[in-house]
Design a protein around this ligand. Sequence first.
Ligand SMILES: [Zn+2]
Ligand SMILES: [Zn+2]
Length: 363
Amino acid sequence: MARTIPRTAQDQANWARSAPFLAFHLVPLLALWTGVTREAVVFAVVAYIVRMFFITAGYHRYFSHRSFKAPRVVQALLAFGGTTALQKGPLWWAANHRAHHRFSDTDQDVHSPLMGFWYSHIGWIMSDRHTATDLNAVKDLARFPELRFLERFDWIGGVVVATASFLVAGWSGLVVGFFLSTVALWHGTFTVNSLAHVMGRRRYATTDTSRNSVIVAFLTGGEGWHNNHHHYPSSARQGFFWWELDPTWYVLRVMAALHLVRDLREPSSEVRSASLVRTGCLDVGMVRAHWTKAAAAVASSRVTLGHSVHDGVASVGEALAGTRAGIEAKLAAERETLEAGVASSLVAVDAYARLLRQGRRSA
Ligand SMILES: [Zn+2]
Ligand SMILES: [Zn+2]
């Protein structure tokens, strides 16, 4: 998707601060020297799956959306498990994610693909705009000292996994089982912010560009049903139907049976059949995305007829020059009308989206 929401200076990548993050991506190349053992590969796969679960069930469905309840010990374990994925602490993660839902695909969104695909995937992490944690957005979590501790020492989990990978499978274990697995885990998680807003189908007329994608669901243990999720974010279950693969949900069900967690929220049949695009609900998220794109195209355009076939022929070119100037002046006037029209359409669609969100919150 083309970039259509302009970025500010704060959105630019801070290369110096991002250097360790980028260097981390190169470490797996050391496998050329260490070799790739079977133990290391097994460790990498298991570490990917387990840590992805802690991100999806813990950081996302529990801490960001409170979609189920957990005793305090389990809550702390979910937080610690989340830190092993090296995606900062649970408070930072949840605060940014709650902002994503509050401002999806507007200029206040944390990671909208409307600001550029790569920005939504990785650029927002490399920028300085989102390094701080908005504690006001996570007051419910910040009151637990153990969560504040894990927030402050968010690297401990990573060190534990790195040490385990070395003890289990030696140098190859460290390089492949920890570093490569972590890089894959990062980008797997990031696809929810990037791909799941541009690839797949839209079942629900949400006010954002979220989509349902089985590929993203496969990579992320069930987070690919992102349009379902934006439609009903407080659900612990994201695959709304049995055929929508959602391993995180299956594990949560088992944990509930073992009384480790409780009160898993699920969408009712009314929720599942509300706001369907196919029944004619205005797909305001896509309409807004198209107008945003149109507004950006008009704003960045200039009025010119371009190169004429007569430009090289002096006598004909001169005769036509006056006509061209006249047409270009009229085009400039029409362009202004167009710009005003697009801007007012955008205002109308924004107002529609706001009202819809308000209505759904109170429903
Ligand atoms: Zn989203
Ligand atoms: Zn969410």
